[in-house]
Design a protein around this ligand. Structure first.
Ligand code: KG4
Ligand code: ZN
Length: 349
């Protein structure tokens, strides 16, 4: 069984070809550079760049795989949630190939792509507890099976990755912010600045990062002659200390709620063995180390995709497509891409 997966929901144009033995036959990925000057992804620029590159990304992937195009058994594409202009480009390409080859099209939910990615890279079985932390989402879920999710909690304002990106922007570190914050934080003192941990003790599994972001803004304002963050001049040492304080605060919020969720998971899913983290922020080593310790303290196995498969990529979409295909979950060509598409609205049969 060979599946082609296409990803184009944000600022990565990507494709991958996998087989049912979890083997990656080929992958291609283009990270759009068009957004760097804007400190965030500009949807219209993203859509145009996807349109310009999607054909070559897919062609190169097929060529590298050594697979004959007619030997591809199904074509999966991110069909939401995400920036709709980009999603449309990927879906139209996938539908065209599906029609030309007369092979099934599979509409993959981007979040399910992140959610199932660790099953491709690691030996993870259902049910498992998942922290999904990306630029657009921050959720704790029980993954019960393909298309079957119980959402325990979510962010009530910013996603974790969004907070990393906004803080990086205030500090003049560029986009995407997560990797730069991590790099600076490694050199910084996390105890010099005290930042809040919003909602850390609330009786739920939800998150809030907006107050943390505002607290960083207040710190940064003090470095500006007139309180305007854009004019702040911060030396590298202070930048590193702010980054370290922010990374620790954000991580603590995630770990504390997950610790609570583990109790629920163990009571309600006693057969579950794994704690998984995925999504772009899961590439953060400080967070990974803390979650690994949390898992071990609670007799769970820790699993996460390799770093390059935490951020958006074609492999996770091909893999989710393959898992759905194996269950007979194919879609028709009139499937309408969905800019918003919560995991609990995915088809599981
Ligand atoms: O999953 P992803 O590539 O796209 C979405 O589906 O949103 O996640 C991108 C997010 C960005 O906010 C980026 O800053 C964050 O993941 N990110 C990180 C790291 N690498 C990427 N955040 C913290 N530490 C990192 N090393
Ligand atoms: Zn993503």
């Amino acid at each position: 069984m060979i599946v082609l997966g296409i990803e184009s929901s944000c600022d990565e144009t990507a494709a991958a070809i996998l087989n049912e033995k979890k083997k990656i036959l080929a992958e291609t990925l283009l990270s759009q550079q068009e957004h760097k000057a804007f400190g965030g992804v500009v949807p219209e620029l993203a859509a145009r760049a996807h349109l310009e590159h999607i054909d070559e990304i897919i062609e190169e992937c097929i060529e590298k795989s050594g697979v004959k195009i007619e030997d591809i058994d199904a074509i999966a594409a991110t069909s939401g949630p995400g920036l709709i202009g980009g999603v449309l480009v990927g879906v139209m390409a996938a539908k065209a190939i599906s029609l030309a080859l007369n092979k099934p099209f599979i509409a993959v939910n981007h979040l399910e792509g992140h959610a199932l990615a660790a099953r491709q890279s690691n030996d993870v079985s259902f049910p498992y507890l998942l922290l999904l932390v990306s630029g657009g989402h921050c959720q704790i879920l029980v993954v019960k099976g393909v298309g079957q999710y119980e959402r325990l909690g979510t962010t009530i304002d910013d996603a974790a990755g969004e907070a990393f990106d906004k803080v990086a922007k205030m500090l003049g570190l560029g986009y995407p912010g997560g990797p730069m914050i991590e790099k600076m934080a490694n050199k910084g003192n996390p105890n010099r600045f005290v930042l809040p941990r919003p909602m850390i003790n609330s009786d739920d599994y939800d998150f809030s990062f907006s107050g943390l972001k505002t607290a960083v803004r207040k710190l940064v304002e003090a470095y500006s002659p007139d309180g305007n963050v854009a004019k702040a001049i911060i030396n590298p040492e202070d930048t590193a200390d702010i980054c370290a304080a922010f990374q620790v605060a954000a991580t603590e919020c995630l770990v504390k709620k997950l610790e609570k969720a583990i109790k629920y998971f163990k009571t309600n899913y006693p057969e579950g063995k794994d704690l998984v983290v995925s999504g772009g922020v899961a590439a953060n080593s400080f967070l990974r180390d803390n979650l690994r310790n949390l898992a071990h303290r609670n007799q769970l196995t820790f699993a996460a995709p390799p770093l390059q498969y935490c951020t958006d990529n074609g492999v996770m979409i091909a893999w989710a497509g393959l898992e759905r295909f194996q269950k007979g979950l194919v879609d028709t060509l009139d499937f309408k891409p969905r800019p918003r598409w919560p995991l609990d609205e995915i088809r599981s049969e």
